[in-house]
Design a protein around this ligand. Structure first.
Ligand code: ZN
Length: 427
């Protein structure tokens, strides 16, 4: 577990100031002068409030399981929490661990239909119906299980609370490793996703007048989020993913560019299977900074799924921690406020390690292994993996690299020719 970093009244500035003032009674004029200086310094700091980095985390959520054989494992977040402690990344003054309050169910209807949410509740109680199967429930991907609705709502609550914290004030970055269910539709479940926490949170941010850019670097196309905002220019929706020709959900062609007012605000960057760091970064750096800078979002919602990793068992991309960190770093530099969501990642240790590295980048910290040199310091996993967050460099062979490059360059050209002009971006 984390070391005592929850927001408490004992840690707030007012409490500390009260203690200082109490000390002034009966103290010397020198002391009073020093204390006045301290108070003045605190007041000066208060004019520029400390920007908070928040981790949305609940230990209870890590104990849920769809079913033992299912590849989606909420326990990944607990593995990450252990790594954050091990690498000294969760003890800064400006970091908070927030156990999110349960969100108001009415908010779900900003995206979902009432009929679908009722099906989720019935499914959780053990009821089975034809309507459920039509809604994608009770399948191998989206099994019915005892805490299905409760889990989906609690996981979504972290995303919603993170979004609201960013909207309210002095939070600069929030990360919900339990969020990122980008496949859920208005009235159906898909790809392990029951409630589309992203669409719900973004819809409310937009309702509150925020400009939101959504950047999805999970290996799968963010089809549910695309459908939610396909016809609006209030959300810039960008998804980089393995091509739908080789991976679920089959959508996400570069030709899906939005409709009506949303034309040009839906950007898909499908990549060939086999794509490695170099080719991925070529596509990302050629397109994303220009689009984000042009759109000027108030908040960037970043889906930072880790199934792009070369060791992921479900997708076929070849990224390492080197490319992943670079992409996270670019997102961090481009964005005034960031809500990051865990989403996919089915190699549990690699996912926990990549999330840990992303947290470090977003918080401006360098991981430092506090267990280094301690015999028996290994916590889990193969020893070679458990002792390091980073991967060695990896590149695919010449023939495959060329195929990936040709594919990526074609997509880059299409977007530069068809979407950049709609935003007034010159090449
Ligand atoms: Zn995925």
């Amino acid at each position: 577990m984390f070391r005592g970093l929850r927001m408490t009244s004992a840690e707030c500035p007012e409490s500390s100031l009260t203690n200082v003032v109490r000390f002034t009674k009966g103290s010397s004029s020198l002391c009073r002068g020093l204390i006045a200086a301290i108070i003045e310094d605190r007041n000066r700091n208060r004019e520029e409030p400390m920007l908070i980095n928040a981790l949305m985390y609940s230990y209870d959520l890590t104990r849920h399981e769809y079913k033992p054989s299912h590849p989606f494992k909420p326990v990944r977040a607990r593995l990450m929490s252990e790594l954050l402690n091990r690498y000294g990344l969760i003890s800064e003054e400006n970091q908070r661990i927030v156990a999110p309050p349960l969100m108001d169910e009415e908010l779900l209807y900003l995206f979902h239909t009432r009929e679908y949410i009722e099906l989720l509740k019935k499914g959780e109680k053990g009821e089975v119906s034809v309507e459920m199967f039509r809604a994608g429930l009770g399948t191998e991907d989206n099994p019915l299980f005892k805490t299905m609705y409760q889990y989906a709502l609690e996981a979504s609550s972290g995303t919603y609370e993170g979004a609201m914290m960013l909207c309210r004030g002095n939070v600069r970055f929030a990360f919900n490793p339990f969020g990122g269910f980008h496949h859920a539709g208005r009235d159906y479940a898909g790809g392990f996703c029951y409630i589309n926490d992203i669409a719900v949170a973004i819809a409310d941010l937009v309702r509150k007048g925020q400009r939101v850019a959504y950047v999805d670097i999970d290996a799968h196309h963010g089809d549910g989020v695309q459908d939610a905002f396909y016809k609006t220019d209030r959300v810039l929706n960008i998804s980089l993913h393995e091509s739908g020709e080789t991976l679920y959900p089959g959508t996400g062609s570069e030709t899906e560019t939005g409709a009506n007012e949303g034309l040009g605000y839906n950007v898909n960057i499908p990549l060939r299977e086999g794509t490695d760091d170099e080719v991925y970064l070529l596509a990302f750096e050629s397109l994303i900074p220009s689009l984000i800078e042009s759109f000027k979002p108030d908040i960037v919602v970043a889906n930072i799924g880790c199934d792009t990793h070369k060791d992921d068992p479900l997708a076929h991309l070849n990224l390492t921690s080197n490319g992943y960190k670079k992409v996270i770093s670019i997102i961090n530099d481009l964005s005034p406020k960031i809500l990051a969501l865990g989403s996919g990642g089915y190699n549990l240790f690699r996912t926990a390690a990549l999330w840990t590295l992303a947290w470090a980048v977003f918080c401006g910290l360098q991981p430092h292994d506090l267990h280094s040199g301690i015999v028996g310091g290994m916590m889990y996993g193969p020893e070679t993996d458990a002792g390091q967050l980073d991967d060695p460099p990896y590149s695919v062979g010449d023939w495959e690299k060329e195929q990936c490059l040709v594919h990526a360059r074609r997509v880059i050209d299409f977007i530069k020719n068809n979407i950049f002009p709609l935003h007034g971006i010159t090449r």
